[in-house]
Write a protein that binds this ligand. Sequence first.
Ligand code: SAJ
Length: 407
Amino acid sequence: MKNKRKICIMGMGYIGLPTAALLANRDYQVHGVDIHQHVIDTINRGEIHIVEPELDTYVSAAVQSGSLVANIEPSEADIFMIAVPTPFHADKINEITNSPIPNVDYIVDATKNIASYIKPGNLVLLESTSPVGTTDMMASVLKKEGVDIDSIFIAHSPERVLPGHIMRELIENDRVVGGVNDESTKKAAEFYQTFVEGEVLETTAKTAEMAKLTENSFRDVNIAFANELSILCDDMDIDVRELISLANRHPRVDVLNPGCGVGGHCISVDPWFIVDSANGKAKMVEQARRTNDYKADWVVEKIKNKALQFEKDNGRVPVIACMGLAFKPNIDDLRESPAAYIANELSKDMKVVAIEPNISTHTTLDLVSVDEGKKADICVYLVAHREFVDIKQGKYILDFAGVVKNV
Ligand code: SAJ
């Protein structure tokens, strides 16, 4: 058997696991690391702990062939990849912009964890979406841990795959790669070229970091425009989806879809990384974030008003069915989900049932089936899951997800 290149991937989440499974099926020997023992056990059984089309097939094949092994500890490798979350600090706020502060502690911890396994000639990659300067910071952490950073290669290549299409996009998307120096950029680009069919675009680490934040902020700003339009149209009694489909017939206009807010661990988070470091200069990026967050509160108010109307008409408080909790259609991911936020807010003082076909339990909400949900007094569409199509229209239906046509 020929010698496979070894890769140690830190973080077996939405990016780390698909990447590990793909590479293990592409002639790499993969060592996957996670801090949760149940994640390790699940992967080593050839199973998955997240919902992502095709991922199960890749993981079970990789584990069966022995080319993917998960462990709580890192191991020696030719390539190290860090794909851990970058959340916010729970207890700190940027006082200039009154905005959340990115928390890169998981990156620092993962970097410290791999330090003693690194040997000259190794390539260390950061894939986590990160504030500008994080790759350089990672290099200084390695240096402090005693790694001779002049003898290794360090680069950032932000992941940019769309949940729901990860296995395809990992291969097909163009990839931005930026090293802490030219040699690192070259080494990292060579690695990505072994499995990426899109173009591998070389730049610096800082530009690569900012490119990723730019992509998600671009989308956030454009969704904020759609969400603002939906609020204006509601006042004007105009169907916003009809309006947008008409405006989009202009050859240079492409308005996105309004929804109940913006969620997920990417678009609702990453723009704050720009705001945090911009000293009040990232005005449009900041306003988009606030508009998209406000949309969820606006939806809560709309539902409460509908409930009052029901009570007036029927002399009793309604049961409200929240259709969808995930942050977008046809996934099980509830991270930063505006739909889950809305259902939780309503359940504080109203009778709420939740319908989320992609999960089986919820800690705070009462989950019922799609058919049960349809029997509720008020049906609120928060996410356009495929199970929700062809739903009846009615007086007590609110559609924030574009499920019901011409309500
Ligand atoms: N949304 C709308 N209206 C739209 C499109 C999306 O309200 O027209 C909402 C969704 O419902 C969801 C949120 O925006 O709540 C984000 O969904 P998304 O599908 O736009 O994006 P994500 O968060 O699943 O993935 C994004 C992608 N980035 C871009 O498209 C620029 C993906 O390529 C990134 O890899 C990913 O973030 C990431 O990991 O950063």
